[in-house]
Ligand binder design. Structure first.
Ligand code: WE7
Length: 158
């Protein structure tokens, strides 16, 4: 479980169908290629219960496929347990951060560091914007931000 394996990260966005599945898949690929994937528990989740059980948005799957990445993720909502088992909960925008901070404040043993994934961006794009009503290009921007941030986050935790 997350609590005993050393390192753990949960990527979070509103619905867990657009941004956070990309972040999770990108981070898993990087950790795999760096030979450290077995040291990590890696998952993603939603602040909302809207899409529970759904596959990622087809545009996210297309974007990942374009970059040679596959995912079998199904959307799930963040649970109370996540705040006590994950070391890091990395979210995409200020609305996600507010929702997570509020959920965490109601939990006794919350230990997770709740941060913006964008806070790791060497190019300082602090927010990873919701591409839901956007274009293919917006999904590509999300992907590029995830690559930069996940690389920096992995380096910091290696
Ligand atoms: C999104 C979304 C995203 C917006 N993924 N949905 Cl309709 C709706 C209502 C509550 C929760 C969710 Cl998850 C959804 C479906 C799924 N990335 N982004 N909705 C969105 C974007 C801008 C303004 C308002 C909404 C609901």
């Amino acid at each position: 479980m997350a609590s005993t394996s050393g390192k753990s990260v949960l990527f979070v966005c509103l619905g867990n169908i657009c941004r956070s599945p990309i972040a999770e898949a990108v981070f898993r690929k990087m950790a795999t290629e760096s030979g450290v994937v077995d040291k990590w528990v890696i998952d993603s989740g939603a602040t909302s219960d809207w899409n529970i059980g759904s596959a990622p948005d087809p545009r996210s799957l297309d974007c990942l496929k374009k970059h040679g990445i596959d995912t079998n993720h199904r959307a799930r909502q963040v649970t109370k347990e996540d705040f006590t088992t994950f070391e890091y909960i990395l979210c995409m925008d200020d609305s996600n951060k507010r929702d997570l901070d509020r959920k965490a404040s109601g939990i006794k043993n919350s230990k997770a560091k709740i941060e913006l994934l964008g806070s790791y961006d060497p190019e300082n794009q602090g927010v990873i914007q919701d591409p839901y009503y956007g274009s293919e290009k917006d999904f590509e921007t999300v992907y590029e931000q995830c690559v930069r941030c996940c690389r920096a986050f992995l380096e910091k935790n290696s």
